[in-house]
Design a binder for this molecule. Structure first.
Ligand code: HEM
Ligand SMILES: *[C@@H]1O[C@H](CO)[C@@H](O)[C@H](O)[C@H]1NC(C)=O
Ligand SMILES: *[C@@H]1O[C@H](CO)[C@@H](O)[C@H](O)[C@H]1NC(C)=O
Length: 328
């Protein structure tokens, strides 16, 4: 056998698993890859129109960026980033947005405004899922966070079920449950550590952290990993009886409308709200990331952008919705 045949047959043998890997990842991502210049020819002004809608809303309501970012996160975790979070309940079907963990989902109107404006210049071209992904990026920039090129080309889905929201991670999860929940979506614990920095923005209701300040476990009434004075202040806001329906606190009390790295500093001060936040200290790898991100805003921004692009590229939909609230 001439030597070259040997090399050929060897490379053929090696390319078989490679080919099946490529086929596998193609089906796994269920669609064509996203790209930065997706609307370059078909709707060149889409990004500036969406940015204007987010800017107008944020001028009137400083909490709009938190709403948009959380909405995008919830969208991507259920059926991929397919705008399923935007659909209204219809007939017998209760949609995601009416599911249990919908407390504090808000700012839907920003997406509707953006969609209306985009449809008026390029009808039927830009998906609601892409509008939401772009709006989340714009929101972060307006709040003082990093900017990046958003890959585009998502399609909108036709299914939205309240029952799917049980697949969202709970704020009481430990590190193993966090890892499990995110690995199902192709995200690592490093991604989780970086993405949770999003909690530098926004508000939380008492119900999301009551587990830490009352009946924590059979030994402790209050989670001993919470700073005592902080736990006392949370109890004042969230009394065990006569808890006001909308009572709660901003997750970053110093700068809840600014996207910065204080979230990690709060974890180290034992003043982070959720069990999931504190859970980042329970594995050596995530703990070292908490220290790194607390020290360096740049390091956090870099890691956050990388992981958010990963999260925001989970594929799902089939169509370009005309109205973000109803399927075509
Ligand atoms: C383990 C994962 C996560 C858990 C368990 C979690 C849980 C929560 C909870 C319980 C709230 C407060 C809801 C309320 O009581 O009103 C919240 C708010 C928020 N979450 Fe997360 N979250 C997670 C990951 C993320 C990620 C990855 C992002 C974005 C990239 C994000 C963005 C936000 C934002 C911006 C808010 C504030 C919303 C507002 O004030 O309007 N979260 N999250
Ligand atoms: C959350 O769900 C309830 C019904 O389960 C609904 O009345 C409410 O409007 C929903 N909130 C949002 C922001 O969609
Ligand atoms: C209660 O929580 C503390 C702190 O997390 C832990 O060390 C202890 O083992 C827990 N006790 C029980 C009975 O679960």
């Amino acid at each position: 056998m001439p030597p070259c045949t040997l090399i050929e047959s060897k490379s053929a043998a090696m390319s078989a698993p490679l080919t099946s890997l490529l086929i596998f990842s193609f089906f796994f991502s269920l669609g064509s890859p996203l790209s930065s210049n997706y609307y370059h020819k078909t709707c060149p002004n889409a990004e500036s129109i969406i940015k204007k809608a987010v800017t107008d809303a944020t001028r009137k309501d400083k909490t709009a960026p938190a709403g948009l970012l959380r909405m995008h996160f919830h969208d991507c975790l259920i059926r991929g980033c397919d705008g399923s979070i935007l659909l209204h309940s219809k007939g017998k079907n209760t949609a995601e947005k009416d599911g249990l963990p919908n407390v504090s989902l808000h700012a839907f109107y920003v997406i509707d405004e953006a969609k209306k404006a985009v449809e008026s210049v390029c009808p039927g071209v830009v998906s609601c899922a892409d509008i939401l992904a772009l709006a989340a990026r714009d929101a972060i920039v307006l709040a003082g966070g990093p900017s990046w090129d958003v890959p585009k080309g998502r399609k909108d889905g036709r299914i939205s079920r309240a029952s799917d929201t049980t697949k969202l991670p709970s704020p009481t999860f430990n590190i193993a449950q966090l890892q499990q929940s995110f690995s199902l979506r192709g995200l690592s614990l490093e991604d989780v550590a970086a993405l949770l920095g999003a909690h530098t923005l926004g508000f939380s209701h008492c119900s999301s952290f009551n587990n830490r300040i009352y009946n924590f476990n059979s030994t402790f009434d209050i989670d001993p990993s919470l700073r005592r004075s902080f736990a006392s202040s949370l109890r004042r806001v969230c009394p065990i009886k006569n808890n006001a329906k909308n009572a709660g606190v901003t997750m970053d009390p110093y700068s809840s409308t600014t996207f910065d790295n204080t979230y990690y500093q709060l974890i180290l001060q034992h003043k982070a709200l959720f069990s999931t936040d504190n859970a980042l200290l329970s594995s050596p790898m995530t703990k070292s990331l908490v220290y790194k991100f607390a020290r360096s805003k740049d390091a956090f921004f870099k890691a956050f952008v990388k992981s958010l692009i990963k999260l925001s590229s989970i594929n799902g939909g089939q169509e370009i919705r005309k109205d973000c609230r109803v399927v075509n």
